[in-house]
Design a protein around this ligand. Structure first.
Ligand SMILES: [Zn+2]
Length: 271
């Protein structure tokens, strides 16, 4: 099982089994030496992120234009493609891992298994969270560190202070390392705040952010048949705490509506 901790969601055992796990190609042996002298610009981050995303798009089942997942994401994300001065693009990966991630070039990828368990309001909260990561440039650090690993920079090659062109195998390594990277708790919390503000400004139901975290908490608690899943959640920010933070703000704003007991859906929510 491949672990992805780029973002809000965690991977794990499939909730519904109908697709492939996210594929990172056949990449091994990621080195970890880096060069501190490297000048790494925003342009570099955008260019390398695009290369990584292109690689991941090529190695995973991307939902086609008429696929129900794409149709649903168009409905939710379509009007936010130019959000907050950013130029964003989005796609659905038809994979069993439950996740979503964003890259410095404005690419957001949402996994179908996440769309199976989240309502529209909850998905909007995830989208807002991912846009927050792009806006806050959180993904720049992740792609820089992934680049350094992929290029396997050592003392000799670090004489070069600019970003080199990577070959295909190195791009694969970079994508792999990027997906292995995780944001700090502070970055996650700031993306949560961004998401809440995004929901509020667009008059979406902010309680969706609360129930989304509650569902993640349920996934982390629920796994007798999902032992690996549970383990991974243990190292992640507490979903229940993040849900409570949303509730607190919503109450303060007069936007809180008690959703009752949150449960995981028994059938897929993308039709
Ligand atoms: Zn995140």
């Amino acid at each position: 099982m491949k672990k992805i901790t780029v973002c809000l969601m965690l991977i794990g055992a499939a909730h519904f089994v109908d697709a492939q796990k996210i594929s990172l190609g056949k990449i091994t042996d990621v080195a970890s030496k880096g060069s501190k002298a490297l000048t790494f610009t925003n342009e570099d981050a955008v260019k390398l992120s695009k290369e990584s995303v292109d690689y991941m798009d090529k190695n995973n089942a991307v939902a086609g234009p008429k696929d129900p997942y794409t149709v649903r994401l168009n409905k939710l994300f379509g009007k936010h493609k130019s959000q907050d001065g950013l130029t964003l693009n989005y796609k659905v990966y038809k994979v069993t891992d439950i996740n979503a991630f964003a890259c410095a070039d404005g690419s957001v990828r949402v996994f179908s298994s996440l769309m199976d368990i989240m309502t529209d309001d909850e998905l909007l909260a995830v989208i807002g969270h991912e846009i927050g990561h792009v806006k806050n440039q959180d993904t720049k650090d992740a792609i820089k560190s992934a680049y350094l690993k992929a290029a396997a920079l050592d003392a000799a090659s670090s004489a070069s202070s600019t970003v080199a062109t990577l070959n295909d195998s190195q791009v694969g390594k970079m994508a792999n390392a990027f997906l292995d990277a995780s944001h700090s708790k502070k970055q996650e919390s700031e993306a949560d705040t961004y998401s809440y503000d995004f929901m509020k400004a667009n008059k979406y139901n902010v309680v969706g952010a609360y129930t989304a975290f509650k569902k993640l908490a349920l996934l982390s608690e629920g796994g007798t048949a999902q032992s690996g899943f549970q383990k991974m959640f243990n190292s992640h920010p507490d979903s229940n705490k993040r849900a409570e933070a949303v509730k607190k703000r919503a109450e303060k704003d007069g936007l809180w509506k008690d959703p009752g007991t949150v449960t995981l859906p028994k059938t897929k929510l993308t039709k």
